[in-house]
Each structure stands twice: as C-alpha cells, then as structure tokens.
Design a protein around this ligand. Structure first.
Ligand SMILES: *Cc1c(COP(=O)(O)O)cnc(C)c1O
Length: 431
C-alpha cells in the first residue's frame, strides 16, 4: 500500500515510509486507504498475533514484506495482552505492559524493529534509530533494537523528568544503544530529533530513521490489540467495547480510531490526558494551541504538542466530524494520586499513574450514570513508577522478571545540552 504525507507533498510505499519515519515534506505518513473488515474475517483468529496478521496484511500487499507479515507479528507480539474483567460490572483492564520494558510501547517498537530488520540492505551503512522519549518510548526502542545487526539507536530523554527506574531502563543497554540525558524537557528532545532529521549534511554521514510515535510502524501494530480485545469482547457479549485511553502524543488513541475505521467492534473512544490539556482544549474550541509541557505524575504523557494530532486533523479536517469521533478529558495530579489509592481499594489492583488517568476518567463516566462496557487501557506496569505508587498504596510492588533483568545491568547515559548541533556532533562521532 502507498502512504501519503499529511502535508500532501510526498507519497511512498509503506515499506519506504517505515524506513523514513517522517515524510520528506516534514509531514506524517498516512496509509492511502483504510482496509475494511467484517467480524467474520477474523474467524479462527483468537490470539493477538493471528488477529494482527489478518488486520495488517492488506497494508503490506505488493511489498517485499507481504509474505512475512505473519512471521513479523509472531516475533514482535510474543507476550500476552490480557483483557481482564474488573470487580466493577462492565469494566475491564487491557494490560499492555507484559513486554520487555513493561509498557505498551514494546508492541510498536518490536514490530517496527522486526520490519526494519527484514527490509535492511546488508550492504548499506548502519542506520541510526533516533528517538526522543518522555519516558517509555526510549527503553522500548532500545530493547527492540539492542543487538540487531545494521542498527544503532540514539535515545534522548529529559534529564530528571523520568522516574528512577525509567532512567535506568533508558540507559542500561549499552552495545549498539546510546542514551542521552538532555538538559531540557521532552519538547526540547523532540525538537532536537526534528532538527536532526532536517539536517541533510548529518544524514549524508549518519543515516537516520525515526522510532517516535510518528512512525507508522508503531501506529499500525497498536491497532491490533484494540482489534483483538474488541473481538474477544464481541465474541462473549455481542457488543462493542468502549475504551478510555491514557494519551500523550496520541499514537495509542489514533490506533484505536484506526481499528474502529477498519470495521472492528470498537465503540466510543475517550482520550484521557493529564494536566497537559492541549487535546481537550482543542476539541472544545477548535483552536489548536500547542504549549510547553507541564511535568506531572504521568510523565510519559507530559506532552504540550501531541505529534499525532497532525494525523488526526488530516483524517478529519472538519472539526465537527472530529468531535463526533473522539472526546478528551483531563485529570490533574491530585486526582491521579487519589485514583491509584481508590483503584487498589475498590478494584483490588495496583495501577501506574498513566493508567490512573484513564481510570479516573471512567469513574467520571460512571458517576454520570454510564453503564456500558468500558475498557481502561493499562499502558505501563506500576513497578516502573514505584516512587510515585508505593508511598500511595503503602506496599512494595513486585518487579516483573523481564524488567528485573534490565534493572540488574549497570546504567550509563551521556549528558547533553538541549542543542541540536551538539547532538549532531555526537552522532557523527558515533558515541
Ligand atoms: C507513551 C505513553 C502514553 C501515551 O501514549 P501516546 O501514544 O503517546 O498517546 C501513556 N502511558 C504510558 C505509560 C506511556 O508510556
């Protein structure tokens, strides 16, 4: 399938779009059409890799990967994503944190890495995967590309703005992975990445590709767990499943919209943001006002200029049409803290601060009398945010074994000024 830039100045086959990351005109790639499925098309597909294979196959028709989609999905999506019923009737938790770095970003990162590895020309120079991270992207990308021949990864994170365990997971890989602790916020990291991509001279010596949530290779596989959980729910209950999604750069939310556009039984989609209110304000007023990000307890969602909004607006240029598709609500830190405590008490589960944002939004809906079936998307394991969660619940959270493995390695990050020229020099030196 071909992909078109949101800015109209570039189109490319999907495999090239995956390799490039950002479109040549600075826009974001979108598939030229949305394949449409019937529920019966998924008959016999019960596990996530099988659902993902059928869902993603049409995107890869007539590409070098067309007969590898099944293998890519089983390699990349090799951990469970259970849909768990909560004690509260009609409420579910979709646990997306059972991958190697304990956040949902493992899914997109592993899929992208699998695709890029298979597309690599063995004669070509090594490619550097460049990613800015507000917390979890970086470690997922590092884990996905660690030890892969032909790839280096350079991860930029805002120094002091990620949890201690996140910082460790970002900096413990070594080998072909470089981690940069940037003296600035996430927006500064993202701006440095954008400047590097715009720098033709740098790219001539150091070919770059993106693994940020602007990459289609991360977006598409995320649709698969919405398809899978919605189908699972449909098969038992015969109704669509509604989702509340913790949202920062809007990749996860957009993936849910895609699953619904493809004909899967996804019901209403509510985007839950922390105190960074840019999305709810935009949906209310129709005016997009990017701003500096605020630091919150749900730090992987501390985004003042959500990158995937450009895709959302390209898909639904009419504001009224957009508002019919999706809504957004914001929750501040006080409510995040309270929800982590009440969720433990009422639902018997410990959740991370991002998941708590969504849980709090669902609690609002319930208070307003909404009795439909809703799924809270659990985006990270609470053990990754133990410094926030443990004091609130008064107990220690067991670290999952996959995460323990990485935490036991020494960590080393390169301190870097928030200056794209300094980053360019470091990349050229091959730090
Ligand atoms: C990245 C992240 C989010 C936000 O996801 P987007 O796709 O950027 O909207 C939410 N929760 C966690 C734990 C994350 O790592």
């Amino acid at each position: 399938m071909h992909c078109l830039s949101t800015r109209g100045g570039d189109s490319a086959p999907i495999t090239l779009a995956l390799q490039r990351g950002l479109a040549l005109d600075g826009g974001l790639y979108l598939p030229e059409r949305v394949p449409h499925f019937q529920i019966s098309d998924f008959e016999g597909a019960s596990e996530l890799p099988a659902v993902a294979t059928r869902l993603l196959q049409p995107f890869f028709e007539d590409t070098p990967l067309s007969d590898q989609v099944g293998a890519i999905c089983s390699e990349a999506l090799n951990f469970p994503t259970p849909l768990c019923a909560l004690p509260e009737p009609g409420s579910y938790l979709l646990e997306l944190f059972h991958g190697p770095t304990a956040a949902f970003k493992d899914i997109g990162a592993r899929f992208l890495a699998e695709c890029l590895s298979r597309l690599r020309d063995p004669m070509a120079a090594d490619v550097t995967v460049l990613a800015a991270t507000s917390g979890d992207t970086g470690s997922a990308v590092a884990a996905a590309f660690h030890g892969r021949p032909g790839f280096r990864a350079a991860i930029l994170f805002p120094d002091g703005r990620v949890s201690p365990r996140q910082a460790h997971l970002l900096s413990c890989f070594g080998d072909n992975i470089a981690s940069y602790a940037v003296q600035g916020n996430f927006d500064a990291c993202q701006a440095m990445v954008k400047a590097a991509f715009a720098n033709a001279e740098l790219q001539a010596h150091c070919p770059l590709t993106s693994a940020n949530s602007i990459s289609l290779g991360r977006l598409l596989p995320q649709s698969a767990y919405y398809a899978h959980s919605a189908l699972t729910h449909w098969r038992t209950h015969g109704t669509a499943l509604n989702f509340v999604i913790p949202t920062g750069n809007l990749g996860n939310g957009l993936a849910a919209l895609y699953a619904r556009m493809m004909g899967l039984p996804v019901g209403e989609i509510v985007l839950a943001t922390n105190a960074n209110r840019v999305l709810p304000d935009f949906l209310d007023s129709g005016r997009y006002e990017p701003r500096a990000s605020l630091a919150t307890l749900a730090n992987a969602m501390d985004v003042g200029a959500p990158s995937n909004l450009e895709r959302l607006r390209a898909l639904f240029p009419e504001h009224s049409a957009l508002r019919a598709e999706v809504s957004a609500r914001s929750v501040d830190d006080t409510r995040i803290r309270a929800r982590i405590q009440s969720f433990k008490r009422e639902q018997g589960r410990v959740i991370c601060p991002h998941t708590a944002v969504a849980a709090e939004v669902l609690a609002d809906l319930r208070r307003a009398g909404d009795l439909r079936d809703w799924c809270i998307v659990a985006t990270a394991h609470p053990a990754k945010f133990e410094s926030v969660v443990e004091p609130l619940i008064g107990e220690t959270i067991a670290v999952p074994p996959g995460m323990r493995h990485w935490l036991d390695r020494p960590a080393q990050a390169i301190a870097l000024a928030a200056d794209s020229a300094v980053l360019g020099d470091s990349l050229l030196r091959g730090d």
